[in-house]
Design a protein around this ligand. Sequence first.
Ligand code: AMP
Length: 308
Amino acid sequence: MSKLVIVGTVAFDAIETPFGKTDKILGGAATYIGLAASQFNVDAAAVSVVGGDFPQDYLDLLSDRQVDISGIEIVKEGKTFFWSGKYHNDMNTRDTLATELNVLADFQPVVPTEYRDAKIVMLGNLHPLVQLSVLEQMETKPELVILDTMNFWMDCALDDLLNVIKKVDVITINDEEARQLTGEYSLVVAARKIHDMGPEYVVIKKGEHGALLFHNEKVFYAPALPLEEVFDPTGAGDTFAGGFAGYLAKSDDVTFENMKNAVIYGSTLASFCVEKFGTERMVNLKSSDVQKRLQQFKSLTQFDIELT
Ligand code: AMP
């Protein structure tokens, strides 16, 4: 088992979907990644920042699941990062209504000393300079650095983002963001261009249409599980990333072959995340639920054609 460092937002989210609307609830990339990775009982630490307005109960959700939170700074006089979004009827697309950086604006991350030798680093969504600073604090070169980002940072910090992208092994990005980053419509061409920017592995997430893993000329595809109920896709991408990173940390194997399994774990966990608003489903997720769904996943894609 490898140590895992997670960086990302810990946030308040206000979400609107065709099924309802929430006030400020728990959200943030590091929250979803931490909850997903905790399914693998790995030795993980979250690095982030919150304001004095952030309830201790929310932080406890991570520490109760053995995610070290000593790297989550609390700025007593500050306000927590706030994001608000509204989903379209197809639930695959959304508009961001508000992004208030608050304490994130001046955040100087500090990786806890005991985690500076972690083998896996998951750079979740936040300012690319914060992602870079976390990487620079690592005392031994991590075996695998995974980066997740979004259009917001492409719009307001593209040069910094390109600089971090250069330094990572894996990028997880959604289809529209891959197109924005490369100016290419074809995801195969986009993946090749992102590959040329630095990452050896490119994961393109396609919402309810699954995820693609590219490595040189090789490609692997995992569908998303067809679900009866999708209430709120918020955090699905982060949950995918947390499942991907958590599985790799647990299995101590960062080959392309094992990354295929990591994509399946990521997709499986993301399929739970969308079933309830916010983090609710992930907080109540049991490992027996995960095992059952992995079996469904296997049946969904298993076939037996004899090639002549
Ligand atoms: P996802 O649905 O996987 O893209 O992640 C949604 C989560 O990302 C929400 O919980 C937000 O708090 C968080 N988020 C939204 N915008 C940003 C941003 N610009 N940087 C970092 N985290 C963000």
